[in-house]
Design a protein. Sequence first.
Length: 152
Amino acid sequence: MSRVFLTTARFLRTQGARSAFLRALSSEAADTGSREHIDGLVKKDKVVVFMKGVPQQPMCGFSNAVVQILRMHGVDNYSSYNVLEDENLRQGIKDYSSWPTIPQVFLSGEFVGGCDILLQMHQNGDLVEELQKVGIRSALLDKQPDTDKDKQ
């Protein structure tokens, strides 16, 4: 057993083996930023968010705002990808969407925009309509509007 270990250790010390190992690692990492890989991710679920951090712990204010907007609409079941964990994914999604910033939101595989666009859609009611188009009923439709009678 120790002879196999020593032979393997000698092999890995050679420059050729080291180079092959590093090439394999870098090609695997590069795949996460490939157009094909990202295309599969954005089409995986009805709502997909590429963000800094995770929904339970966003790592920037813009990502947090997107999470909060989705929560207000009752959208809790969505795929999210932390671009801080993978530089290739972070650059790949920017190239894929031709949008320079993170977070990025996709509905049924279609790029919606970042935080500013989602906020605008939320404020003008377009987000409710877009969610309906993909089969998601916004929780805001279930809220009763405030009336002067309710305030007394």
